[in-house]
Design a protein around this ligand. Structure first.
Ligand code: GRF
Length: 194
């Protein structure tokens, strides 16, 4: 078992239900898990924050509307992250672009999960766009975060079949079932190596 103090600290950013966060927290219960989630930050009072609060993990909400403009929000987000001082930042359903302050502080140590096979269907509606296009196979991508929209280096991908009966919701749920273990595996690999 890796002693808790030697586990690599990971911070997670969310905006929604946090099922990917929940998967990361479940995996962190394993005795051999190389990482520990030291905090969760959301851009809204996301229901997914409850997964962290239930385990006594620090959470913080950094709302865009609480700041005069986007650069001020970017700075506030970077300050909140600095308070957690992670080695790796994981965007798990975080629905905002991270700005220069966070990229400068953690560039190369920020990853994101996207519910499509990038470079296809980037952006906020990857599942809906894939369904609308009529693809028979879509999937999930875990990437490094850079200054673009879902343009970072691809770290891992998994295919997911699209069914004729699929709605955006049914397809996204099936994608999440592939996404959660993929994200956990990437975070385990990146933190075991650090
Ligand atoms: C995930 O599928 C993520 O890829 C996408 O939004 C979803 C968030 O789900 N950006 P959850 O909040 O982790 O349940």
């Amino acid at each position: 078992m890796r002693h808790p103090v030697t586990r690599t600290p990971v911070a997670v950013l969310i905006s929604g239900t946090g099922s990917n966060l929940a998967a990361l927290l479940r995996a962190a219960q394993d005795q051999d898990c190389p990482y520990t989630v030291v905090g969760v930050i959301a851009d809204r009072d996301a229901s997914g924050l409850e997964h962290a609060r239930a385990e006594g993990i620090p959470t913080e909400v950094v709302r865009l509307g609480d700041h005069p403009d986007r650069p001020a929000w970017d700075q506030a987000l970077a300050r909140a992250m600095a308070r957690l001082d992670p080695q790796l930042v994981v965007l798990a359903g975080f629905m905002k672009l991270v700005g220069p302050p966070l990229l400068e502080a953690y560039g190369g140590r920020i990853i994101n999960t996207h519910p499509a096979l990038l470079p296809s269907f980037p952006g906020a509606h990857g599942v809906r766009d894939a369904l609308a296009h009529g693809v028979k196979v879509t999937g999930v991508s875990v990437i490094e975060v850079d200054a673009g929209v879902d343009t970072g280096r691809i770290l891992a991908q998994a295919p997911v079949e699209v069914l004729d009966t699929d709605t955006e919701e049914s397809l996204h749920e099936r994608i999440k079932r592939a996404e959660q273990p993929l994200l956990v595996d990437v975070v385990r690999r990146l933190t075991a190596a650090s």
